[in-house]
Design a binder for this molecule. Structure first.
Ligand code: 5GP
Ligand code: ZN
Length: 113
């Protein structure tokens, strides 16, 4: 998707503060952090949202989720972190390239009780 903001970041056309990169995924700090540590994990291939994920995306989704705790720890989030995947307009998604928010380091109240 040539027009997609996160595809442009993945291609290096828009700068970001990188947390991690390999052939499949990129992690970078959110431009408007909601907590002292707030980074985003994206697959490099474009996928609009979790709503469009199919069985063939299972390995990619697993990779994103397994990277979250590893990178969170590297970012100093020893005490835990929150993962958020906003999906669709009704889910508060603003950038339509699938991403996992990893948030922590502050006083994070429970979201669901
Ligand atoms: P969403 O609401 O779609 O789940 O979250 C999109 C996130 O992308 C927001 O937290 C927003 O701050 C972040 N964001 C939007 N534009 C940019 C950008 O150009 N660079 C970076 N690093 N983050 C961005
Ligand atoms: Zn994209």
């Amino acid at each position: 998707m040539s027009d997609c903001l996160f595809c442009k970041i993945a291609r290096g056309e828009i700068p970001c503060r990188k947390v991690f990169e390999d052939d499949d995924v990129l992690a970078f700090h959110d431009i408007n952090p909601a907590a002292p540590v707030h980074f985003l994990l994206i697959p490099k291939p474009h996928l609009n949202s979790l709503a469009e994920a199919e069985p063939r995306h299972a390995a990619m989704l697993g990779k994103l989720l397994l990277l979250a705790p590893k990178l969170a720890k590297e970012q100093g989030l020893d005490d835990g972190f929150r993962t958020v995947i906003n999906t669709g307009r009704g889910g508060g998604q603003e950038v339509f390239h699938l991403h996992v928010h990893v948030i922590g380091g502050g006083n994070i109240p429970p979201m669901v009780k």
